[in-house]
Design a protein around this ligand. Structure first.
Ligand SMILES: C[C@H](O)[C@H](O)[C@H]1CNC2=NC(N)=NC(=O)C2=N1
Length: 100
C-alpha cells in the first residue's frame, strides 16, 4: 500500500499547517466547512474540486446546502487519514481561495 494511515500525532502536526481543518470520526478523517458567497460559488468550488479529485484518484465525501460545503476526507483503502487526504485538502483550500 502506497499511502500509510497516519497516527494521531502526525495528523495533528499536518493539521497545524492548514486553516480550519479539524479531526473527525475519532481520528479517522479530517473535516472542514467551506462557506461561500452564494450557491454559484459553492458549486463552482465543487466542480473544480471534483476534477482535481478525479485526477488525484482520491475523492471527498461532502454535503452541500446552498452556500456551504461540509467536507470529510478519509482514505477508504487505508481505513483512516493518509497523506493523500492532505494533498486533497490543500487543493480544496486553493480552489476555495480562488473564490469557488
Ligand atoms: C480504484 C480507485 O483507485 C480507488 O477506489 C480509490 C478511489 N477514490 C478514493 N477516495 C478515497 N477517499 N479513498 C479511497 O480509498 C479511494 N480509492
Amino acid at each position: 500500500m502506497k499511502y500509510e494511515k497516519l497516527d494521531a500525532a502526525s495528523i495533528a502536526a499536518r493539521l497545524s499547517e492548514l486553516n480550519d481543518w479539524t479531526i473527525g470520526r475519532e481520528g479517522g478523517a479530517i473535516e472542514k466547512r467551506f462557506a461561500f458567497r452564494d450557491f454559484r460559488q459553492a458549486f463552482g468550488f465543487m466542480t473544480e474540486c471534483a476534477l482535481a479529485a478525479e485526477k488525484l484518484d482520491h475523492h471527498p465525501e461532502w454535503f452541500n446546502v446552498y452556500k456551504k460545503v461540509d467536507v470529510t476526507l478519509t482514505t477508504h483503502s487505508a481505513g483512516g487519514v493518509t497523506e493523500l487526504d492532505f494533498k486533497l485538502a490543500v487543493l480544496m483550500d486553493m480552489a476555495a481561495s480562488r473564490g469557488g
